[in-house]
Design a protein around this ligand. Structure first.
Ligand SMILES: NC(=O)c1ccc[n+]([C@@H]2O[C@H](COP(=O)([O-])OP(=O)(O)OC[C@H]3O[C@@H](n4cnc5c(N)ncnc54)[C@H](OP(=O)(O)O)[C@@H]3O)[C@@H](O)[C@H]2O)c1
Length: 233
């Protein structure tokens, strides 16, 4: 059986392109979407390209529903090989940390930080049991330690900084098994989130994601990359 992959926020942007390219590399892809209609439409488009992509309802901010996602995938495939924690929001792009209300701050942490936490606590035990798994957390270069001294986009930055912390913590749990957990920066990508002025197209952001999703057993664990270049957290 081919390897399978779950991509969160797979209905548009970087996640959609990751679904396409993983499927082109032979993966069976579960395209996670919080809006079922959008997920089905996106998966249909990729199926029309001849790709093995299936939509699945997945709101990363609803932890009580994530067990159902795991059960559905395990019932169909009996395993999960790759998890791409891609879903993300960036509503404070133009705001100082002092101007972000607490609800917005919480929403950002819920999707960008707790979401990957919920997914990893659900799926990494399955990977450990199968002695195989690759987790790719989509982080951001503005979410590294030295960038935290500037207050703009602070809620988003701290969510991605914390996501990198999770990468290291979960990687520490997988050392004795063939399970790898890494973070990747896609660069500045032209999507709804990245904006019109971004330099990269989603297709150009795939190198690191595809590489980390298919690492060999002696590959890195608990690290942060752009493409294949290691970055400091
Ligand atoms: N674009 C960049 O320049 C850039 C740079 C660094 C890092 N990143 C990271 O890359 C990832 C993808 O970003 P993008 O640029 O592709 O953004 P995007 O085009 O805005 O897409 C975001 C995706 O996340 C989904 N999403 C949001 N909240 C969700 C939730 N609660 N549950 C499930 N899905 C949810 C969205 O679904 P809906 O369609 O339902 O809203 C959408 O599919 C994000 O984590 C982002 O932080 C992007």
């Amino acid at each position: 059986m081919s390897k399978n992959a779950l991509v969160t926020g797979g209905n548009r942007g970087i996640g959609y392109e990751a679904c396409r390219q993983l499927a082109q590399q032979g993966f069976k892809v579960w395209l996670g979407a919080r809006n079922e209609e959008k997920g089905i439409k996106a998966a249909n488009q990729l199926q029309e390209e001849g790709l093995d992509v299936h939509s699945i309802f997945l709101d990363v901010a609803q932890p009580d529903k994530i067990g159902q996602v795991r059960d559905e995938i395990l019932q169909e495939d009996g395993k999960i090989d790759v998890l791409i924690n891609n879903a993300g929001i960036f509503p404070d792009k133009k705001s100082s940390i002092l101007d972000v209300d607490t609800v917005t701050f919480e929403d950002i942490q819920l999707v960008n930080y707790f979401g990957p936490y919920f997914l990893m606590t659900t799926f990494i035990p399955v990977m450990l049991e199968n002695n195989y798994g690759r987790v790719v957390n989509i982080a951001a270069e503005i979410g590294v330690s030295h960038a935290l001294d500037a207050p703009m986009a602070g809620a988003y930055k701290v969510s991605k900084y914390s996501l990198n912390a999770l990468t290291r913590l979960f990687a520490g749990t997988t050392r004795r098994k063939d399970v790898k957990v890494n973070s990747v920066s896609p660069g500045w990508v032209k999507t709804d989130l990245g904006g019109e002025k971004a330099k990269r197209k989603p297709e150009e952001a795939m190198e690191g994601i595809l590489w980390l999703a298919q690492l060999e057993e002696d590959g890195p664990n608990g690290k942060f990359f752009r493409d294949k270049e290691e970055l400091d957290f």
